[in-house]
Design a protein around this ligand. Structure first.
Ligand code: NAD
Ligand code: UFG
Length: 335
């Protein structure tokens, strides 16, 4: 019997790739998304990749009645919870919207799950919960902090989930702390599709390579890193999606566990630009600029726990990330 898996935020960048892996593993993905940061067309493209229609409900996780109905109608047994707002800068100017959507939204989701007797959940957390790293690589035992409302919502949700697991041993919870997801599905049918001017590195690189922006601004070249530019642990979104599948499969053995999903390798901004130019034979003009306020110098994961607990490690390289992201840009124009 295939399991029905609820994917909140399942039409977004990461959720859509998880839907593919969940379906490939023989389960039935059910997407609940209010489309505040994704488009309904993703669902049709997912059906093309998967080879059959996919269940989609347009709705908000803050609407408990809708969540309960979806859980009951589709016989949901486990939840992968990705729905949330994620722009750090926006969270500084609209903190209440972030607490409402992310924290209240998760609270309503958990209440609905509890009412329906579904108590297994994988949650999208972030390496942002480690704040400014005191030591690298980052292990799950690193102290937690956050300098912005977006990160605070992730921390608050982690605390809420830990309290829940302590209160009732029927809950099975995995907190996946993602590093920097980039790339796209190899089909070129789904990928990251940010609204307006992209904030993050890879989406901006794509727009520069496509000629939509003249050049990339490299935010800071005087960090204490090998080439002076910021270093991050970029992870291919398909590897990340497979990590969710493994976490979902192992939920039965967990009470509440936090696990990093990263490669364990740091790459600088210039490493990404050079790899992108080489792999795709395109130019990405750039200018070195001042540091972006709030940025940290370097951040990468210790992924050992993921291997130990989930039997998972990344398989795709930075070159794969650059190639697949460019294929998505070319096939879709990024939309
Ligand atoms: P995304 O914006 O592409 O996807 C999120 C989806 O959630 C969107 O489709 C949006 O429409 C939906 N959504 C938002 N609020 C909702 C609500 N109240 N009800 C129903 N649907 C709602 O973002 P993503 O990059 O796919 O990120 C998915 C999750 O992973 C988020 O929780 C994000 O915070 C987390 N995360 C992302 C990154 C990253 O760099 N992309 C890193 C760490 C963690
Ligand atoms: N960068 C540039 N130019 C740009 C964009 C980014 O030089 O136009 C640099 C940044 O300064 C940083 C690196 O590229 O050194 C990566 O920046 P991103 O904005 O792509 O990613 P961040 O690590 O800053 O943050 C992202 C998400 C956060 C999340 C974090 C960890 O935006 O929400 O990854 O998952 F918490």
């Amino acid at each position: 019997m295939p399991d029905s898996i609820l994917l909140t935020g399942g039409s977004g960048f990461i959720g859509s790739h998880i839907a593919v892996e969940v379906a490939r593993a023989g389960h039935r993905p059910v997407v609940l998304d209010n489309l505040c940061n994704s488009k309904a067309g993703v669902i049709e493209r997912l059906a093309r990749i998967i080879g059959r229609p996919i269940d989609f409900v347009q709705g908000d996780i803050r609407d408990g009645a809708v969540v309960r109905k979806v859980i009951r109608d589709f016989g949901i047994t486990r939840v992968i919870h990705l729905a949330g707002l994620k722009a750090v800068g926006e969270s500084m100017s609209m903190p209440l919207a972030y607490y409402d959507n992310n924290v209240v939204g998760t609270l309503r989701l958990l209440e609905a799950m509890n009412d329906c007797g579904v108590r297994s959940i994988v949650f999208s957390s972030s390496c942002t919960v480690y704040g400014d790293p005191q030591r690298l690589p980052l292990t799950e035992s690193h102290p937690l902090s956050s300098a912005n409302p977006y990160g605070q919502t992730k921390l608050t949700i982690e605390l809420m989930l830990r309290d829940l697991a302590r209160s009732d041993d029927r809950w099975h919870i995995c907190l996946l702390r993602y590093f920097n997801p980039v790339g796209a599905h190899e089909s070129g049918l789904i990928g990251e599709d940010p609204n307006g001017i992209p904030n993050n590195l890879m989406p901006f690189v794509l727009k520069v390579a496509a000629g939509q922006f003249k050049e990339l601004g490299v935010w800071g070249s005087d960090y204490p890193t090998p080439d002076g530019t910021g270093v991050r642990d970029y992870i291919h979104v398909v590897d990340l999606a497979v990590g969710h599948l493994r976490a979902m499969e192992r939920l039965g053995d967990m009470r509440c566990e936090a696990i990093n999903l990263g490669t364990g390798q740091g790459s600088s901004v210039l490493d990404v630009v050079k790899a992108f130019e080489r792999v795709n034979a395109v130019r990405v003009p750039y200018t070195l600029k001042d540091r972006r306020p709030g940025d940290i110098a370097a951040c990468w994961a210790d992924p050992a726990l993921a291997l130990q607990r989930l039997g998972w490690k990344t398989e795709r390289t930075l070159d794969d990330m650059c190639r697949d992201a460019w294929k998505w840009q070319l096939s879709s124009g990024g939309s």
